[in-house]
Design a protein around this ligand. Sequence first.
Ligand code: G3I
Length: 347
Amino acid sequence: MPKNRLRLVGALATALVAAGLTTGTPAQAHDRPATLAELAQRHGRYFGSATDNPELTDTAYTALLGSEFDMITPGNGMKWYATEPQQGVFDWTNGDEIVNLAHKNHQRVRAHTLVWHSQLPGWLTGREWTADELRAVLKKHIQTEVRHYRGKVYSWDVVNEAFNEDGTYRETLWYKMLGPGYIADALRWAHQADPHAKLYLNDYNIEAVGPKSDAYYQLAKDLQAQHVPLDGIGLQAHLALQYGYPTTLEDNLRRFSRLGLDTALTEVDIRMILPATEEKQAQQADWYRDLTKACLAVRRCVGITVWDYTDKYSWIPAFFPGQGAALPWDEQLRPKPAYFAIRDALK
Ligand code: G3I
């Protein structure tokens, strides 16, 4: 091509790029609606989703997961059965896959979970331990996992679901063998392994003020008095239309905030008895709006995570037969009234 024609082509290309006509990117960036993450960021909050490894082959699913949210929680990939399937043999495959994907998408990670009574490996539940042995097993698990993810995760759900509905300690393997002090120990061990990660206690049915959330309130105060490193309380918020909205949510968030603790809604979904009528979806949308507003109203409520974002991958139908439709996107990844209600609340 002669030199002057080359120059002309070059100038034309520059002009097209400047006008956003070649790739379309600059124009689209202005036209597309803000994501939930962007809307939440305007309030200094995050908006997150859980995800699970088998779903990551679904490209339509991962596209939304990667664009709409700025915080990711592995639904199963960091649990004990997945990360230490044999004693002392650690497997980071699933957790790493999610952390790497999140970082590629400039998302942070709420890591979940170190100490729980569920989804433990057979080698741990299948034999008897002395208290000393069990303490050593717990410490090693916590510190090895937290060290592996040091600097790569925003927070850890250190202890998950430690209390019964009446506010008494749940009689888990940990509690029975080690007593209630296992919680303080777990927090201290995690803090040693990653001093920058925010350390949480996390549970369900603690959205409202009541015996179970009172137990966390008291425990948080006791831990603070002992200078145990605790940063926040995670309210899972697995709600169900048939059980009513936790109307004291905002007050509850506020009392933890007053202790100087962060709070977060960590596993939100709002299930219903199927079929999902228009009326139930409208009620669900109101609840999503209300809980988003409650978090925004309390300074130390740092963000909201839905327990996956689409009904396609919700845990609900398998655990509560006849119930479902709990998430803001339907099984075809179409946004539901709940999604628009969350947007409303964030605007
Ligand atoms: O990995 C096996 C797979 O090999 C097998 O073929 C398949 C057949 O059922 O099961 C797979 O295991 C399932 C596992 O998720 C991984 O997909 C279990 O059956 C299933 O029970 C397990 O459910 C998880 C549940 O925790 C266990 O309690 C859900 O996915 C997970 O979303 C859920 O998450 C919990 C939070 O960690 C804590 N708060 C409550 C929340 C909902 O239960």
